[in-house]
Design a protein around this ligand. Sequence first.
Ligand code: ATP
Ligand code: MG
Length: 876
Amino acid sequence: MYTGNELREMFLKFFESKGHKRLPSASLIPKDDPTLLLTVAGMVPFKPYFMRKVEPPFPRATTAQKCVRTPDLESVGITARHHTFFEMLGNFSFGDYFKSEVIPWAWEYVAEVLKIPVEKLWITVHPEDEEARKLWMEKAGVQAERILNDPENLWAAGPVGPCGYCSEIYVDLGVERGCGKPDCAVGCDCDRFLEIWNLVFMQYNRDENGMLTPLPKQNIDTGMGLERIAAVMQGVATNFDTDLFRPIIDKVAELAGVQYHVDAKTDVALKVVADHTRAVSFMLSDGIRPGSDGRGYVLRRILRRAIRYARLLGIDKPFLETVFKIIQRDYGHHYPELTENENFILNHLRLEEKNFQATLEQGTQLLQDKVKSLQEAGETVLSGADAFYLYETYGFPVELTEEMLAEQGLTVDMASYETAAEEHRRLAKEQSQQMRAVQESAAIGERAKALGTTQFDGYEVLEEKVKIEALFMNGEEVQEVAEGDEVLCFLSQTPFYAESGGQVADQGILRTARAEAKITEVKKGVTGTVYHKLIVTQGILHTGESGDAIVDVEARKATARHHSATHLLQKALRSVLGEHVQQAGSLVTPERLRFDFTHFHALTEDEIRRVEEQLNRAVLANYPVSTEQMGIEDAKNSGATALFGEKYGDVVRVVSMGDYSKELCGGTHVRATGDIGLVKILSEGGIGAGLRRIEAVAGLQALDYVRNQDAQLLELAQLLKAQPSDLTKRIQGLVAQVRDLEKELQQQNAKMAKFEVEGLLQRVTDVDGVSVLAAAVHTPDMDGLRNMADLLRDKVKSGVIVLGAAVEGKVNWVTAVNPTGLSGLHAGQIIKEVAKITGGGGGGRPDMAQAGGKDSSKLGEALDQVPRIIQSFLKK
Ligand code: ATP
Ligand code: MG
């Protein structure tokens, strides 16, 4: 029996023997592809080759690609064949071989290499793809009746662009796996007919009108799920029973103290926990961080779902780390990132698990509140929308909600839950189909491809002669551009640094004999071509003309100081806080630097001071800065700080500052650290779970900062008529003075209130034997009004008090009945009637109530009505 690891290797070997270049799996984070959240198929890393954005460096490739598919999330554990994370085996042709090669190869692989009995195999083709049908029969020798039509066998990368037919291979796992329905056949959703392999023939280009024209170069893209083929080859019931999954499931079952394969519901939870923990482990290993949007949110959702289902199993202690260790043990050999990034993975697993605890309690509280209000209203069914909200926001699987409700005799409206979930799935699907290439006019794309990489000379020179290769306006190539025009420009070579690695682009000008343009943006495209955006400030620029490209030296130097300071900062942070500190993003501009990094607590004052001090000591040490190009492996071995996702870039640039710091970096730097000048940290704060941000300034910008601080201090000193050095004492004195004054004011107010109370007491009248005081007072807020009522209540002893205060055109009301229940009167009922006259409402307890009114002009009238209102209640 073949293990999962063996099956992965066999596939890659087979296609290597057919002339394919074997490549490692690309990251789960699609590179240079803003249209995709996650790598969802083996073809994703090759999109630029298929679209001919970049000339493919080899004609054929084969990979085992890490994939994550969120649309399949809810199928996990329910079907035998769906995972969130899975490995897709594939072979790819970039304009090289086509259908007549791939079809017999696929057959050779399944029927001869894997030796799956042919009577179990089924093929589907598109009804109009006669060519494929013929090839299956004639070249592969498949019997005609085993080849079925499926009109859904169409593949497209988007509404416009490359597309084509596809053809699938299914394995019949036997009637006993089927749903038993009479129409159960290939394509049925049940577990009997398992799709193992999809062959895509990228054959046409589809235009805006839906017209298909043959592609000049046809491509092949195939995908076979490793877990599925393992299930077939190992003869087990589901993907989860293969050696790729069993150890994980067994560990989860052990932690939960339950048995696998005893109870169907338990099995689903075991599968979900195993699948999801595997997915989050791989996502973290590629540097995805849990977050509240984008792929970070996907990660967090899967992780929380794992914890929720673990709870269903009775696991209420942290478990992710233990399960991760099994995954690391079984997969670390083929995916070394699981080991290399162990710290990062564990830190986030622990933190998320801890934080989710709190969310969980909130969710439980929310559910309890809902239950209470349902019970009060005499209802027994929780709405589907509420249940779905709990699921979406707090990660409560609906089964859990159901279970928690059942304990109190309540249920969930599952029909409306399904509607809410369906709507959500539809939206999610729409998003996942946004697989369209980056928008760029064809004219620009063609030209960029023809020109290829633009040589960057800006490490050595800040000014050089260049030739204008092409000019574009609004996507169209033009020969000349004039003053005021905003233009995209390709140059023969460039001294301008293109925005990358967090460093902003250079500023500068392009000057020809009779014209000048200002550089507004510099970016690098997938073809390596540098895109210069300019605005012409003088004269006319022509294609083909030569000119001087001049970098703004001041801005460049200031940027370099901040960039070099960033490297020193990273090193200082690591030595003060620990090696777990990793860069999570940075921004380097002429004005300042911003550095995001992983760390799990706020920095203390002392830590910040030590980082700042160590950094400035490294500046003063005046380490020479040197750069070197080397292979990624050598760079890692030499101890350079590696980043995630650098695998595909073969040669990297290493920037060293003496022996102090060594980092992979393409940016521009100072010549020796002493050139940086003073570095001052401005702020430190949190920007997400386990993520911190530091902002700092260096060189002249640090001087500016210190000067500003000085000026502010002076201004303050002048304002307080003190020396800067006496400011603290002076302000302490002022604070004490303010406190004394406030106390005095309070005492005054209390005295005034007493005085007012005395006056009001004179106005107590008798209404049918009950003492009543109804009066307008000048109290600016409800608190004051209530205090006043309390004071009066003490004095009146037995009676009713109604106070109204006009505040900005509205009225505040307070009523007290003392003692409670006096003559059957109710403060809430009285105030309701009184407030009504001023256009308001309110109510409250029998002894004390408050209300508001909208119209203060009715205040007097309302007070006049008080005796009548009280009489009306006395009569009842
Ligand atoms: P299904 O209809 O079973 O969901 P699919 O049509 O979505 O499959 P493709 O997009 O053609 O699958 O992907 C190619 C191959 O990748 C499939 O034949 C299958 O072997 C595997 N695969 C797809 N989705 C998953 C998944 N969620 N978990 C495991 N393997 C998968
Ligand atoms: Mg699918």
